[in-house]
Ligand binder design. Structure first.
Ligand code: BJW
Length: 230
């Protein structure tokens, strides 16, 4: 049995990290313009503004703890692996709450908030805690500008080859806490269906792609995910 789980901001919402979009219009992109913060052009135009946005989110993340949904997914991975089965957890989230909950096979397709990347040579380093959340490390010899190690609009998500291979060898695809509005992640359910893989959505409310899932479970992730895993 191989399960591939895709998580989105909804899985970390109850840890206090906020979502980008929701039907109530209270998400991060309702308050901030993504075109001024989450594109390479925005970073080139005003790096200080973009760094301030991500530094504020780093401060929130450092205070946050994993919730029952993160913990349930870590338990599921452990249980499956003890039976010779597999879970691949693909997350669009840039937080580290899956890892802190104990998940081992985590692929961050939109990058990691606590890492920095050299804009010139691509070297990745930890966002140094000892330098404080305001300052990225001098990570490489090329002395390029350090940028958040995240994937902005127009950039290629990370690990796509591994994700495609994981999808094509899965028996079940489960999307949790994602609005299904950002591609290529939003397209995984189409690929899974085309390959005859069973699909399940767990979300607070029906996502943009709800009609494509074989099974749908609605409620807060901290309740719906443990109930599904049980
Ligand atoms: C709860 C809950 C609770 C609330 N319990 N649930 C077609 C094909 C390919 C690309 C495109 C395409 N059409 C357009 C594009 C371009 C673009 C795109 O998709 N734009 C759309 C807006 C239309 N995509 C890109 O540019 C991507 N790159 C790319 O496509 O490269 C070329 C390529 C082509 C083909 C193959 C491969 C590559 C890059 C996208 C990068 C997204 N970056 C961001 C920012 C990351 C850094 C940061 O965090 O600041 O990623 S934007 C933001 O959206 C973030 C998220 O990861 C992403 C997805 O959001 P997510 O996780 O779904 O969150 P929400 O807020 O949208 O939804 C939360 C859900 O949870 C809601 O439904 C709530 O109801 C629910 N919820 N509380 C359970 N307690």
């Amino acid at each position: 049995m191989r399960i591939i789980v895709l998580t989105g901001a909804g899985v970390s919402a109850e840890s206090g990290l906020g979502t980008f979009r929701d039907k109530a219009g209270t998400g991060i992109w309702a308050k901030f313009d993504p075109m001024k913060l989450a594109t390479p052009e925005a970073f080139a135009a005003d790096p200080a503004y973009v760094h301030a946005f991500y530094n504020a989110r780093r401060r929130n993340l450092i205070e946050a703890t994993p919730n029952a949904a993160h913990l349930a997914l870590a338990r599921l991975e452990e249980g499956l692996s003890a039976r010779g089965a597999e879970l691949l957890l693909v997350t669009q989230n840039i937080d580290d709450l899956h890892e802190r909950a104990g998940s081992k096979r985590v692929l961050h397709m939109h990058g990691e908030l606590l890492k920095a990347r050299c804009a010139r040579c691509g070297a990745v380093a930890d966002w140094c805690a000892d330098l404080g959340v305001e300052t990225p490390c001098p990570a490489c010899a090329s002395e390029g500008e350090m940028r958040p190690h995240v994937v902005w609009f127009g950039e290629m998500p990370l690990g796509m080859d591994r994700i495609e291979a994981g999808l094509m060898s899965a028996d079940l695809f489960v999307a949790i806490g994602t609005s299904g509005s950002v591609y290529p992640a939003a397209g995984f359910v189409f690929e899974a269906r085309a390959a005859g893989i069973r699909t399940c959505e767990i979300n607070l409310e029906p996502s943009d792609n709800a009609h494509l899932f074989d099974e749908r479970r609605y409620g807060p992730a901290s309740e719906a995910v443990p109930a599904w895993v049980a």
